[in-house]
Design a protein around this ligand. Structure first.
Ligand code: NA7
Length: 550
């Protein structure tokens, strides 16, 4: 590799690495590059760090992974110092944590805020990327790392008349920075995924009237959120080495929890019910790990789904509303399970109404109402909790051109193709953090982010040490990986749901199961083995020369 620039060359518009995005992935990537003495520039379209947690400021927004585990592990001092206040951190606290990390590790001076990356083009003669930003400037870099986030491209639905609505329209994924007060207002929430489910109970407390427009009922488990005690924090702090090791190496989803050793049908009805009840009382995402076959065996899954449907019927007083809220068109867990605080109970309030838009679709939005099934629901404000163009949406917004001028959008027209979710053939020195083809959104994101950043950072140092110019995924390795990702997905119940994992929430998006379902532990092992074999499946230009020299 033409000598990587020294830190002294920092002010030049040429860097070892350009990182796109200053969320948790981009921030840790920058920190690693600092440690390795590389020059880097991070471009971030928001005015601050935090990524998802910068944009998703809607009422009730909080993480669905427990705070003590949804946090960086790379610095023991950091994890010993930071005081999470609740079992599930609310958005403002996660954003404060992101800001603390940016300050503590001196990241800000290398982040350019309010700047989107619009184009990245690989120059095959010079082996260099040219990156053009929204301020009209172009910088060059040896490597580009896309830390663009999986749920960062908020999707506004194509509903007739939406732009003509006279009241305020909000999207949960693009919430205003100033406080939004719904007191005394009639509010519509469209969408009942994780964001809608978190927002509804909070908005219900403020609004005069809340109308929830539901297309698909979702499974949701009580979060049982509570203040963390000093004793709980202390337990984690003392046990972090094992908690983090387990999350990285053994867990499927990057979360420290029990690993079930039996299937749902191995227990009798009473035993099974009491286990579900215990997990329901405990609350949280690990509800799905009561048994080891809930994600793969339909009959086993039905026992779990039936339990949750019964719970919904117990909580919701009006039988008709309860029936509508009971999910019945996908296996439990085949869409990311939601966790909530009093979501179903919110429908017992006199000011909350559920409208089923599966059987009575929204026809249009008028200047003052949402019209569905021929009826006008007059509202003052509309909250779109309609999700994201997930996993690929933010990458697709950048005009990325690799070898022979091919764009990444052309290459991914029929679905994303990557080797290990890290690189795509034909796009040398371009890495994706938690990209499609890696465990990503099926895991505790911070565990997956740290694994990818460490792997990429090691790889860049490997190349620097050997004087290597380019690294690129081999087409055959990529094809095999894409086939493997699909094959594993189809051994599970996941593909049965019309989920954003499949791209099914975006009209016209190819239906491909995007994340790798093999589990973070096995996936990490695969990545480590690939690296140990001299980056098997990748071509590094100059490999032979470098090997001969060593
Ligand atoms: P999701 O999970 O994609 O949920 C979006 C919701 O919006 C879902 O209920 C959709 O119904 C609904 N939706 C989407 N488009 C429309 C239109 N056009 N009309 C009516 N309803 C619509 O996004 P979230 O933000 O809630 O959560 C994303 C992830 O963030 C979540 O999984 C966690 O990991 C955190 P549908 O199901 O498509 O029928």
């Amino acid at each position: 590799m033409a000598a990587l620039q020294s830190v002294a060359a920092k002010s030049a518009a040429s860097y070892d690495v350009v990182v796109v995005g200053a969320g948790f992935a981009g921030m840790y990537m920058l920190h690693k590059l600092h440690v390795q003495g590389m020059t880097a520039r991070v471009f971030e379209q928001g005015s601050g760090v935090g990524g998802t947690w910068y944009w998703n400021r809607y009422p009730g927004a909080r993480c669905d992974v427990e705070s003590m585990q949804y946090s960086y592990s790379f610095s023991d001092e950091l994890q010993q110092d930071w005081n999470w206040s609740e079992r599930y951190a609310p958005q403002p606290e996660i954003l404060a944590y992101a800001n603390h990390v940016a300050d503590r590790f001196n990241l800000r001076s290398d982040i350019q805020f309010d700047t989107g990356v619009e184009r990245a083009e690989f120059d095959e003669r010079a082996n260099i990327w040219s990156v053009t930003t929204s301020d009209g400037k172009t910088v060059t870099a040896k490597f580009v790392v896309l830390a663009t986030g999986c749920l960062s491209n908020a999707r506004k639905p194509d509903i007739k008349g939406l732009d003509a609505f006279k009241g305020k329209v909000y999207h949960t994924g693009h919430w205003p920075h100033e406080p939004v007060d719904f007191c005394g207002q009639r509010v519509a929430v469209i969408g009942t995924g994780s964001s809608g489910i978190q927002a509804v109970p909070v908005i219900a407390e403020q609004a005069r009237q809340l109308t929830v427009f539901q297309r698909t009922a979702n499974f949701s488990i009580p979060a049982r959120n509570a203040a963390l005690t000093e004793e709980e924090r202390k337990w984690f702090r003392q046990n972090y080495p094992e908690v983090r090791r387990f999350a990285r190496e053994e867990a499927r989803a990057g979360i420290y929890t029990e690993m079930p050793d039996r299937g749902a049908l191995d227990d009798g009805d009473n035993e099974r019910r009491s286990k579900y009840e215990a997990r329901w009382q405990r609350g949280g995402l690990t509800f799905m790990s009561v048994y080891n076959n809930l994600g793969i065996d339909q009959t086993a899954n039905d026992t779990d789904a039936d339990f949750v449907r019964e719970k919904i019927a117990e909580i919701v007083k009006d039988p008709e509303t309860a029936k509508l809220l009971q999910p019945n068109n996908h296996p439990i867990g085949s869409k990311r399970i939601c966790i909530d605080t009093e979501y179903f109970a919110a429908f017992n309030r006199p000011n909350v109404t559920l409208v089923d838009i599966k059987s009575n679709p929204i026809e249009e939005i008028t200047s003052n109402a949402v019209r569905a099934g021929g009826k006008d629901y007059e509202v003052d404000a509309i909250v779109l909790a309609t999700g994201f163009d997930a996993m690929t949406g933010s990458v697709a917004k950048i005009d990325i051109r690799g070898r022979n001028g091919q764009t990444l959008n052309q290459k991914w027209a029929e679905g994303p193709k990557t080797y290990l979710g890290l690189m795509s053939a034909g796009f040398p020195n371009l890495f994706v953090i938690t990209g499609p083809g890696s465990p990503s959104v099926l895991s505790n994101m911070i565990v997956s982010i740290e694994q990818h950043v460490d792997w990429i950072a090691d790889c860049v140092v490997y190349m620097r040490d050997r004087g290597l110019e380019t690294m690129e995924a081999n087409k055959d390795a990529e094809d095999k990986w894409v086939a493997h990702v699909n094959e594993v997905a189809y051994t599970t119940l996941y593909p049965q749901a019309n989920s954003w994992y499949m791209g099914a929430n975006v009209p016209g998006k190819p239906r491909i199961f995007m994340p790798y379902i093999g589990g973070v532990g096995p996936y990490r092992q695969i990545c480590n083995e690939v690296a140990a074999k001299g980056y098997e499946g990748f071509t590094m230009a100059g490999t032979e020369r470098a090997r001969a020299a060593s």
